[in-house]
Design a protein around this ligand. Structure first.
Ligand code: ADP
Ligand code: MG
Length: 701
């Protein structure tokens, strides 16, 4: 919408001026006339239908009635003073009540005239009334802008209302703005796309979103504008992806060799799941194109991402490269290292661990071996990205739990070789497809959507506070069987002190129930020094303690197969993805595992939905989907810093179908016309030229 009049500062619009312009900027981020036009209504009042008085009830959020004003009377005194009107249609009578602007209304309203009345019905002693209704003389209908029948409602604020910019006031501005600019607004979508989807033109869409003549035009307008928004985001993302494939050459892994094969044939202790096989294949193909790979692997906790990463790293070794894997914490890195050593044995390749606590001497050996190429795989924490760590020829980088790393940290690994290594980032926080396509739309995405066979699904139950004794009894039984138990307390953001109090109160009760010397308890919370935390974690990992009491600091990905019970206290205070992550700490061994959600009796509707979802399913993707519906895209874990999620009209929780369609179309366009040279795609080429790349490639992987 690059037209002079659209980029005109908002203060020059008739009816605005400097003061209103100021609040519009502050409250709605409206700086130009174009910004105003792109401030869309968030709902509409259906003015096409009239309700009969007889059919009104207090469940209605709003109703429009056509009736005659039979009488108007001022009653009561002082604070009880009010104006009461009687409205009659052919089905009955109802009351209208006003507490304010009484004398003004008394003068303005005409007894005996027919009115269109709109408001929220309420019921008292069986009779219906509407307080502070909107009133409009019936005869005046039809003179409004474009015969509007669906009335737009714009969000407003107290400050805006002070300047007469309530929904009606904004509507008036929209009218002026559209009258001035509408004709000069140029189409943004190519003609063939408009035809393919039978979209409204941009001009029609903008007019109909603000002043729809009927419901179907309103819907068509919304649909076109949502599509457009999602389409151009995808166009940008997929263009970036294309540019990067062209820009960065990648190492060529064109053979599967001895290391990969020996591991696969002699060591791999289990058959791969179909999903694992598929993802390994996707990675192999990707590393054999001559372009650099940037792939995100999404897989639920326990889906077996590590072995996929390992096989990819072996592929790198077979082609003469080194590989490394970075995890967010020392505990995780150590577990990966031990796990990989066990899987690999001693003779396939040389693997070492580098963390903050690696002694100086061992560190020097690692540095040396990395540079002379005798070290094949390096596992570690942030220590990997230090400048001192230099590889002879790094070809493959794995980042576990990628959302725990900052942009800059990831970019540093990228620069560890003159030709950047292939990057595989893994996440155990599934995000719904729509979000993935938008946040990571320029990465390739692999999904491991299958758990290894023979896993016993974790049983999840919800218990209320007053059933605590049963829970204790159950814990005792499990511990008697030799199992271990986690008890997690919520982190209360507002007050770390409160956290600790909760934890301590809980602990007191626990120690009474589970006295020494038969029961030993590990405690981990956010206020502890890292060293103490690790020490306590290690005691639990080694089985020296039976119960681990923790605030949510217990690490993502920590693996204690012998732990079979996860008790989550005040579980209604946790977000869904957090609950799912916590539950993933159990169910890692051969035994049946349990997740117990303790909650108070008073649950909000949303809280209840969360707990019910947890009880119903173990599927991380399904849970992520519910989470998206409950909280919206910006609040999901891992999405907070993503600017691409800020949209004017599209809603990633609801508009999955439109998004898929838009993305498919962009993919097809690039396939048929990769450089957008064709005449019919000129509008798209112009768009990409105008809007410089917003996301730079080496920032996201
Ligand atoms: P995550 O995806 O959460 O990182 P891991 O890679 O840690 O999962 O795997 C969880 C456990 O499942 C490990 O003990 C691993 O050895 C095991 N595992 C992985 N793949 C399979 C498989 N195909 N069959 C059986 N067990 C598997
Ligand atoms: Mg893992």
């Amino acid at each position: 919408m690059a037209d002079l009049s659209l980029i005109t500062p908002i203060e020059y619009l008739k009816g605005v001026g400097p003061q209103k312009a100021d609040v519009l900027k502050k409250e709605l981020q409206v700086f130009t006339i174009g910004d105003l036009i792109q401030t869309y209504p968030f709902r509409y009042i259906d003015r096409t239908k009239f309700h009969k008085v007889r059919d009104l009830n207090s469940d209605m959020v709003g109703a429009q009635v056509l009736g005659r004003l039979m009488s108007l009377q001022e009653i009561g005194e002082k604070r009880g003073r009010r104006l009461v009107g009687q409205i009659k249609d052919d089905t009955g009578m109802m009351e209208l009540v006003w507490f304010q602007s009484i004398s003004w209304l008394k003068k303005g309203l005409k007894v005996g005239a027919a009115y269109i009345i709109y408001g929220k019905p309420s019921e008292f002693n069986g009779s219906i009334s509407i307080t502070h209704p909107e009133m409009e003389l019936y005869q005046q209908q039809g003179k409004k802008v474009g015969n509007m029948t669906m009335q737009p409602v714009y969000s407003s604020t107290e400050k805006l209302k002070k300047f007469n910019l309530d929904s009606k006031g904004i509507q008036k501005l929209q009218q002026t703005a559209l009258e001035i600019t509408l004709r000069s607004i140029q189409e943004t979508l190519p003609q063939y796309i408009l035809e393919k989807f039978q979209f409204l033109s941009l001009q029609q869409a903008l007019l109909s979103i603000h002043f729809p003549q009927n419901e179907s035009l309103m819907k068509a307008a919304i649909n076109r504008l949502k599509f457009e928004e999602l389409f151009f985001i995808q166009l940008r993302l997929l263009k970036n992806k294309q540019l990067n494939t062209q820009r960065y050459k990648g190492h060529l892994f064109n053979q599967v060799g001895d290391k990969f094969n020996r591991f696969f044939n002699e060591r791999l202790p289990f058959p791969l799941t179909n999903a694992q096989k598929r993802v390994v294949r996707e990675i192999r193909l990707d590393c054999n194109t001559g372009a650099q790979m940037n792939r995100l692997v999404q897989g639920d906790v326990g889906s077996g991402k590590t072995v996929v990463a390992l096989m990819s790293m072996l592929l790198a070794l077979d082609n003469g490269y080194q590989a490394c894997m970075m995890a967010p914490t020392e505990i995780l890195a150590t577990q990966h290292f031990n796990g990989l050593k066990e899987l690999l044995g001693d003779d396939i390749c040389n693997v070492k661990l580098l963390t903050g606590s690696t002694p100086a001497k061992a560190r020097r050996v690692i540095h040396q071996e990395l540079e002379d190429g005798t070290l094949d795989i390096l596992i570690g924490t942030h220590a990997l990205i230090e400048d001192k760590v230099k590889f002879k020829n790094i070809g493959f980088v794995v980042i576990d739990e990628q959302h725990r790393f900052g942009v800059e940290q990831r970019a540093k690994l990228w620069r560890k070789n003159s030709i950047p290594p292939h990057m595989l980032v893994m996440t155990a926080t599934p995000i719904p497809r729509t979000l993935a396509m938008t946040m990571y739309g320029d990465l390739d995405i692999s999904i491991i959507d299958e758990l290894p066979a023979g896993r016993k699904p974790i049983k999840t139950v919800q218990f209320f506070e007053n059933q605590r004794l049963r829970v204790f009894g159950f814990m005792r039984e499990e511990i008697a069987k030799g199992r271990q138990v986690y008890i997690v307390y919520p982190l209360i953001k507002e007050s770390e002190k409160m956290d600790l109090l909760y934890l301590e109160a809980g602990l007191e009760g626990l120690m009474r129930e589970f006295p020494l010397p038969n029961f030993k308890i590990s405690i981990v919370h956010g206020k502890m020094p890292v060293k103490d935390k690790d020490f306590e974690m290690q005691r639990f990992i080694k089985g020296e303690t039976q119960i681990m009491v923790a605030t949510t600091v217990i690490e993502v990905g920590v693996n204690v197969p012998n732990a079979s019970v996860m008790v989550i206290e005040n579980s209604e205070r946790f977000g869904l993805s957090q609950l799912h992550q916590l539950r993933g700490r159990v169910g890692r061994g051969a035994e049946q595992s349990f997740c117990i959600l303790m909650s108070s009796n008073k649950l909000s509707k949303e809280g209840r939905t969360r707990l019910e979802t947890m009880v119903r399913t173990n599927d991380g993707f399904e849970i992520a989907e519910v989470d998206l519906q409950l909280r919206g895209p910006g609040d999901l874990s891992g999405t907070q810093q993503s600017g691409v999620l800020e949209m004017k009209i599209a809603d990633l929780a609801k508009d999955q179908a439109i998004l898929s369609e838009a993305r498919q179309l962009v993919i097809q366009i690039f396939k048929e016309d990769p450089n957008l040279r064709e005449e019919r795609n000129q509008l798209l080429a112009q768009y990409l030229n105008k809007s410089a790349p917003t996301i730079s490639w080496d920032k996201i992987s």
